[in-house]
Ligand binder design. Structure first.
Ligand code: PRP
Ligand code: ADE
Length: 176
């Protein structure tokens, strides 16, 4: 399998290049279960997080351990936006999302219990990769709908298009 070499805040990995849609392949970055990469990425992004940020918001699932590390290092709380609506949620806010890796509609769900933790707050969106921007757009819509302000977007990698507004540790190309 072809791979693409990356350096994540001093940790090297060879990412497998996998096809996610006809004619579109990505260097797949999956931190789940990779403690060294998660710690290195979280430390690096925590150092770059603007001081004004009150709270972190992250989508499940691959970015979740990253948000945990940034929270531990900075002391700022984090909220997880789920991809399944659960019966135990109260007045959930639901938005459709399509990411490059999934290719079909999913949902992003904010539990109503967490609304008060975002309203009136300066929010940093935490993700592992920002690619098409679909996930970022839906997260931003939810945060703004409940009265939060997106003050920063942090991600380990941007992918495809340049995104100067995203605080990242690196950039991934897309592959034919
Ligand atoms: O900029 P975009 O094109 O929206 O892609 C970025 C999103 O895609 C991935 O999530 P994925 O859909 O693979 O979900 P998962 O983390 O639950 O596996 C990644 O974790 C980002 O959240
Ligand atoms: N290269 C990538 N690896 C993992 N998740 C992604 N989401 C979008 N691009 C991705």
């Amino acid at each position: 399998m072809k791979t693409y070499s990356v350096d994540i805040n001093g940790v090297q990995r060879d990412l497998p290049i996998v096809e996610v849609a006809p004619g579109v392949s990505v260097a797949l970055f999956n931190m789940l279960g990779d403690t060294d990469v998660t710690e290195a990425a979280g430390e690096g992004l925590a150092q770059r997080l603007p001081a004004e940020v009150d709270v972190l918001v992250t989508p499940e699932v691959k970015a979740l351990p990253l948000a945990h590390v940034i929270s531990r290092v900075t002391g700022k709380p984090y909220i997880v936006i789920r991809k399944t609506q659960k019966p135990y949620m109260v007045d959930p806010i639901v938005r459709e999302v399509i990411s490059i890796t999934t290719g079909k509609p999913q949902v992003l769900v904010l539990d109503g219990f967490d609304v008060a933790k975002i309203r009136g707050k300066k929010v940093a969106i935490v993700d592992d990769v920002v690619s098409s921007g679909g996930t970022l757009k839906s997260l931003t819509d939810i945060i703004e709908e409940v009265g939060g302000e997106v003050a920063a977007v942090v991600a380990v990698f941007t992918e495809g298009a340049e995104r100067p507004e995203v605080i990242s540790l690196g950039h991934l190309p897309l592959f034919d």
